[in-house]
Write a protein that binds this ligand. Structure first.
Ligand SMILES: NC(=O)c1ccc[n+]([C@@H]2O[C@H](COP(=O)([O-])OP(=O)(O)OC[C@H]3O[C@@H](n4cnc5c(N)ncnc54)[C@H](O)[C@@H]3O)[C@@H](O)[C@H]2O)c1
Length: 404
């Protein structure tokens, strides 16, 4: 449900008490812009938190940071300002008409905290220099804004899979660090919890494994589960539990926007499709025949159509077919999950949890650690995680300024 959007609201984040940072890698992208505008809309009471699981009764009393305490910043390699990006999203029907004007102050505040990402074309800095520069930006953000902590969330363009057309769960040993891994290393160096909302390598690089393990920081990923894979994580287990034999599972995705353009690169699409197919292999016990395709259709913008065709056998070998069509707006499906994850990782950090958080598998196509595949089981794990947070009591914020 939404309420009419006034011409202007004044909820300037800079006036807020010490908050929790959300450092977005890809801060001027569609998902990031929707996160910033969406949070502002919620705290101004312009919209209800549809799609945010952390706003449901499951998380009552778990001590999550309030939405109003989140302070945004980040890195990006393009310089189109956030307010302009929001206008473009509103023109495409992703954000409600009038919202960019209504939350102009919040967009401008986040825009002031965006720093140049990298590596930029012609960048001569080596990996360590880049990691240091990124970590310094994050540190500076936390200190200047007097934040209790900051969560780094990767929502940058999908990178090509490490081995080109043959995606692996891990980058090969000795492979150069891709940008997502430079940022992940910077998050660790800055002492920040980390979320990889994309299929890119991030912390999943052998060169970062030891660092991640000894960092004492919580982290979660990979690749937000917002549409086709969400459905697959429900339907795959259904076929398995009903003892129906899936003969083939084929899928096609049509989308535009920045994500559609990035995924037009077959190597980037391979990274994304690996996660989509893994859900089927894990839930059915074998990889069914059939492929998943992603087509860039610029005219569709952020609106995605995902079609699945599932050929299966019933009793006596009777052949049957299930077809599903998902039509969703990608960024508005993703943004509430990013807000959930930022709050969950901040709270996990406050509760001194560290390492991969498989209990957050509910949110990801390719969850870290030993996690179930079925959405129902993942939800049960999430409920257990909420209970764990409740058990840690609700600590007061400790500004990090003096301790660093
Ligand atoms: N439903 C969803 O929208 C959804 C679901 C799961 C995962 N994701 C992933 O989230 C990511 C963002 O999606 P989007 O639609 O916002 O894409 P987008 O193209 O609109 O935004 C990506 C942003 O990343 C920036 N970027 C690229 N390289 C960078 C670098 N080295 N450093 C800093 N910034 C960099 C780009 O300039 C751009 O602003 C994609 O990887 C996508 O696959 C999205």
């Amino acid at each position: 449900m939404s309420v009419p959007v006034p011409v202007s609201v004044s909820t300037a984040v800079s006036d807020s008490p010490p908050g929790v940072g959300v450092w977005l890698i890809g801060a001027r992208g569609s998902v990031a812009t929707t996160v910033v505008a969406g949070r502002a809309a919620l705290t101004a009471g312009l919209h209800t938190p549809t799609g945010m699981v952390t706003e449901t009764a499951l998380f009552t009393g778990t001590g999550l940071p309030p939405l109003s305490s989140l302070v945004f910043g980040g890195h990006d390699t393009v310089d189109c300002p956030l307010p302009k990006r929001a206008e473009a999203l509103a023109a495409g029907g992703v954000l409600p008409h009038g919202l960019p004007t209504a939350v102009a102050a919040e967009l401008a505040a986040a825009e002031r905290e965006i720093r140049p990402g990298g590596p930029l074309p012609g960048d001569t800095r080596g990996p360590d220099e880049l990691i240091s520069a990124f970590a310094t930006d994050i540190d500076d953000f936390v200190r200047r804004r007097g934040l209790t902590r900051a969560v780094v969330v990767n929502v940058a363009s999908t990178e090509p899979a490490p081995t080109g057309s043959r995606p692996e769960r891990l980058a090969p040993p000795g492979a150069a660090l891709p940008p997502s891994s430079l940022y992940a290393a910077a998050a660790l160096r800055a002492g920040c919890p980390y979320v990889n909302f994309t299929p890119s390598t991030g912390l999943h690089h052998p060169a970062l494994a030891a660092l991640a393990a000894t960092s004492g920081l919580p982290y979660a990923g990979r690749d937000g589960k917002t549409g086709q894979t969400l459905l697959r994580s429900v339907l795959g287990p259904m076929f398995a539990q009903r003892a129906l034999t899936v003969r083939a599972w084929s899928g096609t995705n049509l989308l535009g926007g920045g994500d559609g353009a990035a995924l037009a690169d077959p190597a980037a699409a391979a990274a994304k499709n690996a996660g989509k197919e893994r859900v089927l292999t894990d839930s059915l016990g074998a990889t069914p025949e059939g492929e998943t395709h992603i087509d860039d259709v610029p005219a569709l913008g952020d609106w995605k159509t995902a079609w699945d065709h599932i050929a299966f056998d019933g009793f006596l070998g009777t052949r049957m077919v299930l077809q599903t069509t998902w039509q969703g707006c990608d960024s508005t499906l993703a943004a509430p999950l990013v807000l959930d994850l930022a709050r969950l990782l901040a709270r996990a950090h406050e509760a001194s949890l560290s390492g991969p958080l498989p209990d957050l598998a509910f949110y990801f196509k390719d969850p870290l650690g030993d996690a179930p595949t079925a959405l129902g089981e993942q939800y049960a794990k999430l409920a257990g995680f909420a209970e764990r947070l409740r058990g840690h009591g609700v600590g007061g914020p400790e500004p990090r300024e003096e301790t660093r």
